[in-house]
Design a protein around this ligand. Structure first.
Ligand code: PNW
Length: 446
């Protein structure tokens, strides 16, 4: 990888990302319904530090301050999610105007600062009322999701640049239903398959419903992806890497872009474990205006027992995720060869690392290094012809990291949860200055 400062195109969009349950708090205010994450966090033994998102970063009340802070980072755009039960408490039927008002005020504030909005419809907080009827295992949930999507598009479509249906359906299916680490806490591999199919189906239905509103917002989906690297060049390791890639990346990409599940993945599973109607693929395979890619690390595939672990030459984060920037290049170039892709946004990329507060400065050098290396890797992919339009750092601020609670910090802004004080970490200052320098260089070229 070159150490040269990359030069991103003039129109490249710089951003930061968050999600509703992780930052908003105000979990029981202004008519918000309960979500499966409220239920999950209030169940003993599910979250490492026994914390909840009841208050989180109190963003619901501090959104104006937060928008001012993110605008101060000089970013072009902000990716956030709408809490479905905040705007439709039961996931069907009545809308909650107070919930819509909150997002409307947030959008006003972003517009006032000239920051573009990128909205995600589903970042894991399903209304508990729908879970009580089977949640994503119930095919009816897909129709409810499409109605919710259309309502959001009607109300906000003119005020946002993009709307993504789902964030990381792989996580909802596998971590939420396959191994039970995430809400709703089910541990059943067959359920994970059925849920992944219903998530894809709901994505297709939602795109159709949103398009029917005539919205100008660009529509897409956000997938978490990682290339799978074989631990050695043994045939067994190479086969294992291909299988892992089929089960994670291609499992979601193939239905959307090719209209079927990958054969290599189907061979590994019990097909009778889930119901797929033939016409579903016609629904799922809607043209996308953009694809969001979340990248954190690679999968390291070893067929040995015990499996070899990745060399992690650049270290690991507090999540124990290997820092592997070249995986971003490998992933994007691979996708570009395999699929006819729409424009891509890197909708998440970031590192959990404990910071040190020294003389009022929040030092987090590993995070700055992580971002710098991944931007170089992104630049390398773009030089290979991959059409990437923007990059969102995950996350704007430290927040509720799901089953890891508040122990893992991904933010550019440090959050002192006792006082809710936000402060800029060194990485935030670096990111701000990097964006400024990129803009200046682009102006000079023009
Ligand atoms: C993503 N995995 O989650 C989510 O979109 C964010 O809400 C989250 O805070 C961020 O990444 C950091 O974790 C993931 O186990 C969770 O592979 C788990 C995995 C991947 C992504």
């Amino acid at each position: 990888m070159s150490n040269q400062t990359p030069q991103f195109p003039d129109a490249f969009q710089w951003g930061v990302a968050t999600s509703a349950y992780q930052i908003e708090g105000a979990a029981f205010e202004d008519g918000r319904g309960a979500s499966i994450w409220d239920t999950f966090t209030h169940t003993e033994g599910k979250i490492i530090d026994a914390s909840t998102g009841d208050v989180a970063c109190d963003h619901y009340h501090r959104y104006a301050e937060d928008v001012a802070l993110l605008a101060g980072l000089n970013v072009d755009c902000y990716r956030f999610s709408v809490s479905w039960p905040r705007v439709q408490p039961d996931g069907e039927g009545a809308w909650n105007e107070a919930g819509f008002d909150f997002y409307s005020r947030l959008l006003d504030e972003l517009a006032r600062h000239g920051v573009g909005a990128h909205l995600t419809l589903y970042h894991w907080d399903l209304p508990q009322a729908l879970q009580d009827k089977g949640g994503w295992l119930n095919r009816d949930t897909t129709a409810h999701f499409a109605l919710y999507a259309a309502e959001v598009a009607r109300r906000f479509g003119a005020r946002v640049a993009t709307i993504a249906t789902h964030n990381e359906p792989w996580c909802t299916a596998n971590l939420g239903h396959g191994i039970g680490q995430f809400a709703p806490g089910m541990a059943d591999p067959a359920a994970a398959l059925q849920v992944s199919h219903h998530l894809l189906l709901s994505h297709g239905l939602a795109l159709q419903a949103m398009r029917a509103t005539g919205t100008k917002a660009r529509l897409g989906i956000v997938l978490n992806q990682w290339p799978a690297t074989a631990a050695t060049d043994s045939a067994a390791d190479i086969a294992k890497a291909r299988h892992e890639y089929a089960r994670s990346v291609q499992w979601f990409m193939d239905p959307i872009f090719k209209g079927h599940y990958p054969e290599l993945a189907l061979e590994q599973i019990d097909r009778s474990a889930f119901t797929v109607l033939e016409n579903d693929f016609t629904t799922i395979r809607q043209p996308l205006d953009f694809l969001g890619v979340n990248y954190y690390t690679r999968a390291f595939a070893s067929a040995e027992e015990p499996p070899r672990s990745a060399p992690a030459l650049l270290g690991v984060s507090d999540m124990q995720w290997e820092t592997y920037p070249q995986g971003l290049t490998e992933l994007l170039v691979g996708l570009h060869r395999e699929y006819t892709l729409p424009p891509i946004y890197i909708t998440e990329n970031g590192m959990a690392v404990a910071d040190e507060i020294v003389d009022g400065r929040v030092r987090d050098q590993p995070r700055t290094d992580y971002i710098r290396m991944h931007l170089a890797a992104l630049d390398a992919a773009m030089r290979e012809g991959v059409d990437v339009r923007g990059y969102f750092y995950w996350s704007l601020m430290d927040n509720f990291e799901w089953n890891s609670g508040y122990a893992k910090r991904f933010g550019l802004l440090h959050v002192d949860y006792a006082t809710q004080a936000r402060s800029l970490k060194d990485s935030a200052l670096w990111y701000r200055d990097f964006i400024t320098a990129q803009r200046a260089a682009a102006r000079k070229r023009a």
